[in-house]
Write a protein that binds this ligand. Structure first.
Ligand SMILES: Nc1nc2c(c(=O)[nH]1)N[C@@H](CN(C=O)c1ccc(C(=O)N[C@@H](CCC(=O)O)C(=O)O)cc1)CN2
Ligand SMILES: NCC(=O)N[C@@H]1O[C@H](COP(=O)([O-])[O-])[C@@H](O)[C@H]1O
Length: 187
């Protein structure tokens, strides 16, 4: 049985889809949830699903090996960033080479980097007048949104699209593809 740790800062809809995907699976399970926002919806999901959840201490996260040790003690095989809004520090990236993945709500390398998260991404895509957007699932390295691409999927943008309607199109792609990619990486 492989162990998945999910890092999230928000509502956790992607985390829920991954939890649902592996429910009853003999391949893997979500063994740990980690967040940096006490008020995040991800904690309600963890409580409902009876999955251990940890609120990050910022000082320890960016200095020291507290969270490397936490993941190792939980025998984590894959770290999944699902709307996690802090940069994962180098020591954690180096402790889990090619075993940390992230989902970005745009077609990298466009619209990535510091400040590009959530609605800011969709606003930038629409402001640029692009005909399509989509998702990028990629390996995580020391920089934001710079690791090797695992999958990209696209959606069309129509003239009446708003950041909210585009977000819904992108979220549908996330919910369809992220669990499948996690399964593929653990198989
Ligand atoms: N080492 C890495 N860490 C993280 C990556 C990564 O690729 N490498 N991806 C991000 C997720 N992400 C885009 O997919 C992303 C998230 C957040 C930001 C950002 O600008 N954050 C703000 C802080 C926001 C807050 O505290 O509410 C900032 O750094 O100033 C950019 C991209 C997850 N980690
Ligand atoms: N750049 C990082 C970023 O913007 N990540 C985005 O945060 C959302 C989390 O939603 P969720 O909490 O409902 O899963 C997702 O849309 C994900 O692509």
């Amino acid at each position: 049985m492989k162990n998945i740790a999910i890092f999230a800062s928000g509502a956790g809809t992607n985390a829920q889809k991954i939890i649902d995907h592996f429910r009853g699976s003999s391949l893997a399970k979500v063994s740990l949830i980690v967040s940096n926002k006490a008020e995040a919806g991800i904690f309600k999901i963890a409580a409902r699903e009876k999955i251990p959840a940890v609120l990050i201490d910022k000082e320890q996260f960016f200095r020291g090996d507290t969270y490397v040790k936490l993941l190792q003690e939980n025998n984590i095989d894959l770290v999944v960033l699902a709307g996690f809004l802090w940069k994962v520090p180098s020591n954690l990236v180096q402790a889990f080479p090619e075993r940390i993945i992230n989902i970005h709500p745009a077609l990298l390398p466009k619209y990535g980097g510091k400040g590009m998260y959530g609605h800011f991404v969709h606003e930038a895509v629409l402001a640029a007048g692009d005909a399509e957007s989509g998702i990028t699932i990629h390996f995580v390295n020391e920089k934001y949104d710079d690791g090797g691409v695992i999958l990209q999927e696209r959606c069309t943008i129509t003239p009446d699209d708003t950041p909210e309607t585009l977000a819904k199109k992108v979220q549908a792609l996330e919910h369809r593809w992220f669990p499948l990619i996690v399964e593929r990486l653990l198989s």
